[in-house]
Design a protein around this ligand. Structure first.
Ligand SMILES: *Cc1c(COP(=O)(O)O)cnc(C)c1O
Length: 360
């Protein structure tokens, strides 16, 4: 019985991508980003397998994600870095869950240091080198080192920064950020260093430092936002055909009559729509994969349905599954057709898709 969209998660593909990133990272540690519920695939699931593959450090964004990950890892003593850092009032909960906050600002440093008072607590420090999102400016880091009592109860184990253009190897900001990072990190000579996300891990030895923090390329997205044949699809989203029909020449399909058949057209109606994570913006360039070929989507994406051209495709019958993303339709390609990225596509796959797990 196939009546709903299906999301197959291939854990062996995840392990293969992990091995690829490990090779690209040289001797640097791979500390997977598992924020946003493991990029929509299930943080407990992906972190469990990545632990089995040797990962011992993970990154989450929100406190709630860190608490859930700590619970799911049980007695597996991973380091869990909390990218949001010490938000107001959060210090006791961060400590209780055994999370290592990434301190992003002087007030966050103050909050963690005063929470630690009398003891010593681990922390990572985020230096902003050009993203202008989170992190201390390099000049603030220098001031901090001149006022060491602000760090009196803190053990800074790691200094991180984040690249804005790692997917574009020739972008001049990469070298500029690296230079600023090296200079600021030198203020904390006992701390390990981490600069690279997925894209950064492939920028060469100069960007790897002690630890790389890949996310998207573990989960099947290319490090440059385009399909990369070295990286395997981890998520396969499929939907069954509910109905096959013939649309006569001159008639339209779907809301807004946005597509008109120029000829007699055979159409499959699939049980997936934007409520399953198919972007509404997939119209008019999106397609699905079925029976050896890409089949264009026709008309607007509805909440629960999409229409697909199956002219000259005899195999398209009710119940047959069509691939929306997966090994034959890379997530980067599907994302580009909808004007978005693999990151957004994966994190928007909805709970309505039935999860199937493949691999050990
Ligand atoms: C999300 C994130 C990563 C992982 O980035 P990818 O592009 O998915 O590899 C690494 N570091 C930080 C600070 C992040 O926010």
């Amino acid at each position: 019985m196939t009546e709903a969209s299906r999301l197959t998660l291939d854990l062996d593909a995840l392990a293969s991508n992990h091995a690829l990133l490990r090779a690209a990272a040289g001797g640097a540690e791979i500390a997977p980003a598992v924020k946003a519920d493991g990029y929509g695939l299930g943080a407990a699931l992906v972190a469990g397998r990545l632990w089995d593959e040797g990962a011992r450090s993970f990154y989450v964004a929100r406190l709630s994600e860190g608490v859930a990950l700590r619970r799911s890892l049980g007695d597996r003593a991973a380091t869990i870095y909390l990218l949001d850092g010490v938000t107001p009032g959060a210090a006791p909960a961060i400590e209780a869950a055994g999370l290592t906050p990434v301190l992003n600002s002087l007030p966050q440093i103050e909050a963690w240091n005063s929470h630690a008072r009398g003891r010593v607590l681990d922390a990572a420090l985020h230096i902003d080198t050009g993203m202008n999102r989170l992190g201390l400016r390099p000049e603030e880091a220098a001031v901090l080192v001149g006022a060491m009592d602000r760090l009196k109860f803190l053990n800074i184990t790691l200094v991180i920064s984040h690249l804005a253009c790692a997917g574009e190897p020739d972008h001049p900001l990469n070298a500029r950020q690296r230079a600023r990072f090296v200079e600021a990190a030198a203020l904390f000579p006992d701390a390990r260093r981490s600069l690279a996300n997925s894209g950064g891990t492939f920028l060469g030895e100069a960007f790897r430092f002690d630890q790389c923090r890949p996310g998207i390329s573990l989960y099947g997205g290319g490090p440059r936002d385009v399909p990369d044949t070295r990286i395997k699809a981890v998520a396969t989203l499929e939907a069954p055909i509910l109905q096959a029909r013939v649309v006569p020449r001159g008639e339209s399909i779907g809301y807004g009559a946005a597509f008109t058949a120029q000829d007699t057209t055979r159409v499959a109606i699939l049980a997936a729509g934007y409520a399953d994570g198919v972007p509404r913006a997939a119209h008019p360039r999106g397609s699905v994969w079925f029976d050896g070929a890409r089949r264009p989507m026709l008309g607007r994406v509805s909440m629960d349905l999409i229409a697909v051209d199956i002219t000259d495709c005899d195999a398209a019958r009710p119940g047959a599954l069509m691939q929306i993303i997966g090994p034959d339709l890379p997530v980067d390609e599907a994302a580009a057709a909808a004007g978005t990225t693999s990151y957004e596509l994966l994190t928007r796959i909805a709970p309505r898709a039935r999860r199937v797990i493949k691999g050990g």
